[in-house]
Design a protein around this ligand. Structure first.
Ligand code: DP6
Length: 338
């Protein structure tokens, strides 16, 4: 029996992946950073037999049959990268460090952890000690697009762009060495406006981009924003970072509101919080901005040095807008020095 444990972080995108083509390739490049506290862990046991592959999936030690189709699809799409895992039995036990009902999507972190673990088991079988980071990211991406940005830590760009040599639609590329120090310790305080699962999945949202009336405009915007963001990250320019970050967040939700059918994932408290954040920033001239995922929750981003001023503001004025006052104080996870 081969047993392996792996973990991977969630990530938050500044330039959003919204719309796909082919097999889980993005319509536009996206850029995110991985988190420290929001992590998925997998514990996998593989037994080789001559029988056709049997898969069992457990979430926190309990069997969860309804996740199986997603796992089978993952294995099928990745068959060429894990050719030694076609027979025998695999038991996957997965868990998250963040609460089930925190509204934090776990597909990026869980698919990234799964990709790392299965790649590693396949390597153990072949006796290879070569680690191909691009392949692990590609495997994760084939499970969930944004997971391709969660197999390596820190700032990761995914999707072809003229702005980065070696950028690819197939895998994420870390860009930490091109990012100024102030962004190496960026904080992400997550305002949990609603804990439950969202009403429309990202997969459906991506599909609605295929015939979206603003599709071309969106692609131009994302490509332009990648260019501006890369420069702002390099220069340590928090003001430009803020303007790209908030434009992307609001555009993502504007695209949902103008899809056919249209929908919104924002809640009244999301808007209320956004207005409060902007007012506080204008009053105190602080480096502080927000982004949104595909849901009502708000990610507040700021440099670590500002925590002393910003954390009390969050606790006093923003926590009351959250379900059960829930705020998750997270921050970037950077690669460990070699
Ligand atoms: C809004 O990666 O969850 O979070 O590829 O269908 O699994 P699938 O979608 P997913 O989409 C994430 C979209 C987003 C923006 C982002 O993370 O870039």
């Amino acid at each position: 029996m081969i047993r392996t444990y792996k973990e991977a972080p969630s990530n938050i995108a500044i330039v959003k992946y919204w719309g796909k083509k082919g097999i889980q390739e993005p319509m536009n490049p996206s850029l995110s950073f991985t988190l420290s506290e929001s992590i998925s862990r997998v514990d996998i046991k593989y037994r080789h037999t001559e029988e056709k592959l049997k898969v069992e999936f457990l979430f926190e030690n309990r069997k969860k049959e309804h996740f199986l189709p997603k796992i089978m699809n993952f294995l099928e799409r990745n068959a060429k990268f894990i050719p030694n895992l076609t027979h025998g039995s695999i038991e996957i036990n997965s868990a998250n460090t963040f609460p089930h009902s925190s509204g934090i999507a776990s597909s990026a972190s869980s698919m990234a952890a799964l990709a790392k673990a299965l790649y590693s088991i396949n390597k153990t079988i072949t006796g290879s000690d070569h680690n191909d980071a691009d392949i692990v990211s590609e495997m994760a991406r084939l499970g969930s697009g944004s997971a391709g940005r969660s197999t390596q830590n820190g700032w990761v760009l995914w999707g072809e762009t003229d702005m980065l040599e070696n950028s690819s639609n197939r895998f994420g590329t870390p860009i930490n060495s091109q990012v100024h120090n102030i962004f190496h310790s960026i904080q992400d305080s997550i305002l949990v406006i609603r804990k439950g699962a969202k009403s429309v999945s990202s997969t459906v949202g991506h599909e609605l981009m295929n015939n979206h009336p603003y599709k071309d405009g969106r692609l131009n915007q994302a490509n332009k924003n990648i260019k501006t963001l890369l420069e702002a990250l390099k220069q340590g320019d928090f003001e430009t970072f803020t303007s790209v970050c908030e434009e992307e967040a609001m555009s993502l939700h504007a695209l949902m509101m103008s899809s056919s059918p249209s929908y919104t994932l924002l809640e009244p408290e999301s808007i209320h919080a956004i207005k409060r954040i902007k007012k506080f920033r204008d009053q105190h001239h602080l480096p502080l901005c927000f982004t949104l995922d595909a849901g009502p929750n708000i990610h507040l981003l700021y440099p670590k040095e500002q925590s002393k001023t910003i954390v009390p503001f969050i606790n006093e004025h923003l926590a009351p807008l959250c379900e059960e006052q829930m705020v998750i104080f997270d921050e970037i996870s950077m690669p460990k020095p070699e």
